[in-house]
Write a protein that binds this ligand. Structure first.
Ligand code: PLP
Length: 392
């Protein structure tokens, strides 16, 4: 029997991290103590208040059945309330709010609902790989890579995109605060993006999972404050350190929400009810746009780590800017290094794991991403090890 993958699967990129994985395992076997600043997964625990609620809700048999894939009515109400206190926006819970099994699921499934074979989808590059792969390519669409360059503050420069592409494009993914660059978008930029969308007739999927991952007095906006005709995706993953619980939501344009619901109702059975109920508890802690204590306590820890890493890198001569948001630090590799992959391999040899920029697309080459997911003593240790390599 000859079994062949569908063409759309063959279009997925080769797994470029395989060589890194192998090297990591080998170094571990050699007994090297590895410090992983690679994966963007919070190491801090979910707030106790939310954990207690899960324990309480999971025991109730009513919460053990199939959920509704669009989300329980109370969940959608809580999302509506959160958008109201956090961004001063109002949504119709029946038409404009839906639950997701994490943001990733929404980012991918939205393309199934709206992309026909050959349609162009604009994907930021460097960017979260799901836009191009799980979303666009697995829906038989054609990704157009929108460069995010340092000279443009890692924002798309719409005037540089060929108008033929803009006219043909069906959707644009945007993500600020941004993974991997840590860049933020002003309301002025969001207005420009919304104007291009209006002029060229595409819609924007505003992927906003780091909206609460902001430092100092910076407060991240929602695209829907500027133009409610688009759609925004967010999740409990980063906000409440709940990556493993898989709960997110999409809000905005009723037609787009309906499309996501159509796809989901044929594919999944939703996020467990007891998880939705626990996330409600977390969302209800918000009384204004200011972060409640359960969120702020964790963000303060990441902010300290960020400062230690940035100061340390600059001290050892590796010039790096301070991001205002996300738990990522994106920085150019030293001048004499050939490329991001080889540089990352070099650092694995001394037990420090980073993500090579090329993993986020061609415009990520010559950068690396640090994730602030280690305690400060480990970050300091990583800096000491890196200093030895740089000064060789
Ligand atoms: N979007 C971006 C930009 C991300 O970085 C991530 C996770 O790292 C996600 C979406 C998905 O998050 P989740 O599916 O956990 O909500």
């Amino acid at each position: 029997m000859k079994i062949e993958y569908a063409e759309r699967v063959n279009r997925l990129p080769k797994y470029i991290f395989a060589a890194i994985e192998e090297l990591k395992l080998q170094k571990k076997k050699e007994g090297i103590d590895m410090i992983s600043l690679g994966i963007g997964d919070p190491d801090l625990s979910t707030p106790q208040l939310i954990l207690d609620e899960i324990m309480k809700q999971v025991r109730d048999p009513a919460n053990q059945n199939y959920p509704s894939s669009m989300g329980e009515p109370e969940f959608r109400e809580a999302v509506k309330r959160w958008y109201n206190v956090r961004f001063h926006l109002d949504f119709d819970v029946d038409m404009e709010v839906t639950n997701l099994i994490g943001g990733k699921e929404g980012v991918a499934n939205i393309a199934r609902a709206f992309v026909n074979a050959g349609d162009i989808v604009m994907c930021p590059n460097p960017g979260y790989p799901v836009y191009e792969n799980g979303g666009t390519k697995l829906s038989d669409g054609v990704p157009y890579r929108v460069p995010l360059l340092i000279e443009n503050d890692f924002l798309p420069k719409f005037e540089d995109i060929d108008t033929k592409i803009l006219k043909k494009a069906k959707m644009l993914y945007l993500n600020y605060p941004n993974n991997p660059t840590g860049a933020i978008a002003s309301k002025v930029f969001l207005k420009t993006a919304a104007e291009y969308a209006e002029d060229y007739n595409f819609f924007i999927i505003y992927d906003n999972p780091y909206s609460e991952f902001t430092f100092g007095d910076y407060i991240a906006p929602s695209l829907l404050e500027i133009d409610p005709n688009h759609i925004e995706i967010n999740s409990a993953s980063k906000m409440f350190c709940m990556t493993g619980f898989r709960c997110g939501w999409a809000v905005g344009n009723a037609k787009i929400i309906e499309g996501i619901r159509k796809i989901k109702s044929q594919i999944d059975s939703g996020c467990p009810i007891f998880i939705q109920k626990a996330v409600i508890k977390g969302l209800n802690e918000y009384q204004s746009e200011k972060k409640p204590k359960i969120v702020k306590d964790n963000i303060d820890i990441y902010e300290k780590r960020r400062d230690i890493l940035i100061q340390g890198l600059n001290k050892i001569g590796w010039k790096t800017d301070t991001p205002k948001a996300t738990f990522y630090v994106w920085t150019r590799i030293p001048e004499d290094e050939p490329n991001s992959m080889d540089f990352v391999k070099k650092l694995i040899n001394i037990g420090v794991i980073l993500t090579p920029g090329i993993g986020f697309g061609e415009y990520g080459e010559n950068y690396v991403r640090f994730a602030l997911t280690q305690p400060t003593n480990k970050i300091k240790e990583a800096l000491e090890r890196i200093e030895k390599v740089l000064n060789k």
